[in-house]
Design a protein around this ligand. Structure first.
Ligand code: TYD
Ligand code: MG
Length: 459
């Protein structure tokens, strides 16, 4: 066999190169390349004739049992999974530190254990004492979850394959987190690409063979990807992300990939002092504290990559008495785009902002880059200028051209579905995006002046 080349893997995106570089050529991250253990390469001529076992072929039309799912005990979690845990499947759960992954999984683990399933919870991040404190706080200290603080995959799998568990595979195995696991058969420190990949491989193989549902917690990098290897996402059956603003109480559980169900399902939770509460009617969460609709606030169904997220856009308009130059301040949106939109509202709709200070804020610390925000920003500005609240339960999306036309945008269907899912009843958007989604009323607009009429018109 030829001497294997040195390989370097990027810890951010997992791409492999054969030369060390300061910057990853694929994802552009700096200082993420680390040497990897060489892969074993089989040469057809020499290696393949010996050692392997034969494989059995199977007809594709053989009857197979329907998927037997097991509930996590949390309806919102089940919903995001597409109906519950599938035995023998592997789930990767990503999310920012402190967002509540361990809390969610400890709650689900306790529910599964209380319903009679064997549950193993392995923490590599926290000591037993810390986890016990959390369990106490959640009122779960009495749940029959088998807990261990461990980081060696070999030790974990030896125990699970040992006499104590003979013939009794756990219903649920939680590994918190995969980045803390290590295998002594693999070179490198825990958290490196080869360790993460190798440990995940062993754990997933155990899940497939035993029929346990496996949940791997994964850290998220600063750009929102599940850290380490992208390859991890290819190895598992389900990729979920747990999201939210830490300063806000709501959390959204999404599935980004699901071999057993739809990917646009979400579960919604609220972080309370006794753990995560399920929110079965999420619009309550987004609209709460707003018994009376406020002028200047519009809800925008944004897309983050391929994911819809509802955000609130707030505009405040202050009329100036004197001739001072009015301020324009924007948080979370492009100030050039705001200037353009104000110009279009003045030139095409006859509104006058010239003696007004204009403040625009995207709530929750979001930064919007999606051009479809134009219509929602325009709605917020018009509503603020006229001091007229927008109709409750509405969302707004569409791009506005310099001519004042409302242009179609990508993912109109996804935006409407997300809004409907979160309890909104009306979407206002471009003329040719209508009619596809039955769960929500759609009002099509083709010109910005129509929006002005719609908001200010009747009064
Ligand atoms: P945690 O589950 O440890 O997050 P992760 O595993 O994703 O890093 O959650 C930590 C945060 O949640 C912490 O800041 C405190 C908060 N929290 C509550 O508000 N209520 C609770 O009942 C619990 C257990 C945590
Ligand atoms: Mg944690």
């Amino acid at each position: 066999m030829a001497k294997p080349k040195r390989r370097y893997a990027c810890s951010a995106c997992g791409s492999v190169s054969f030369r060390w570089q300061g910057q990853c050529a694929d994802c552009g991250e700096w200082n993420t390349l680390a040497e990897e253990a060489p892969a074993t390469v089989f040469s057809l001529k020499h290696d393949l004739s010996s050692g392997g076992r034969g494989i059995d072929f199977e007809p594709l039309d053989a009857p197979s049992a329907p998927l037997q799912r097991r509930s996590t005990g949390l309806a919102e979690f089940d919903r995001a999974l597409g109906g519950g845990l599938v035995p023998g499947s592997a789930i990767l759960m990503g999310g920012d530190p402190g967002i509540g992954k361990s809390t969610l999984l400890l709650q689900a683990a306790s529910k599964v254990a209380r319903s009679g399933g064997e549950v193993i919870y392995i923490s590599g991040e926290e000591a037993a004492g810390q986890v016990r404190l959390r369990a106490d706080r959640l009122g779960l200290a009495g749940a029959p979850v088998r807990f261990a603080a461990a980081t060696s995959v070999r030790d974990i799998l030896t125990t699970l394959g040992g006499p104590e568990f003979l013939g009794r595979a756990p219903a649920l195995l939680v590994i918190d987190s995969i980045q803390t696991m290590h295998s002594d058969q693999i070179e490198g420190a825990p958290g490196t690409v080869s360790q993460v990949r190798g440990c995940a491989f062993e754990l997933i193989r155990f899940a497939k063979e035993s029929g346990s549902a496996l949940v791997l917690v994964g850290h998220v990098t600063k750009d929102g990807n599940i850290a380490g290897p992208r390859v991890l996402e290819h190895m598992v059956d389900v990729v979920m992300s747990f999201e939210g603003e830490r300063s806000h109480q709501y959390r959204i559980l999404r599935s980004l990939k699901n071999r057993f169900g739809p990917v646009d399902e979400i579960g919604v939770f609220a972080m309370a002092s006794e753990g995560l509460e399920e929110v079965s009617n999420p619009s309550m969460l987004f609209l709460s504290g707003r018994d009376e609709p406020v002028a200047g606030s519009a809800v925008f169904p944004a897309m983050e990559g391929t994911r819809p997220v509802l955000v609130e856009i707030q505009a405040l308009i202050v009329r100036l008495a004197s001739g001072a130059t009015p301020r324009r301040a924007v948080v979370g949106w492009d100030s050039g785009r705001l200037a353009m939109l104000l110009a279009v509202l003045e030139a095409r709709c006859g509104l006058n902002f010239s003696t007004c200070e204009v403040y625009l804020n995207v709530a929750g610390g979001y930064r919007l880059a999606d051009p479809a925000a134009d219509l929602a920003v325009a709605a917020a500005l018009i509503s603020a200028l006229g001091d007229k609240p927008l109709p409750a339960g509405s969302v707004w999306f569409g791009e506005v051209s310099l001519a004042g036309e409302i242009r179609p945008v990508a993912h109109a269907g996804l935006r409407q579905r997300e809004a409907a899912k979160l309890g909104f009843t009306q979407a206002v958007g471009p003329a040719d995006s209508s009619g596809k989604e039955s769960q929500i009323r759609y009002r099509a607009l083709d010109q910005l002046p129509n929006l002005v009429d719609q908001i200010l018109g009747e009064g």
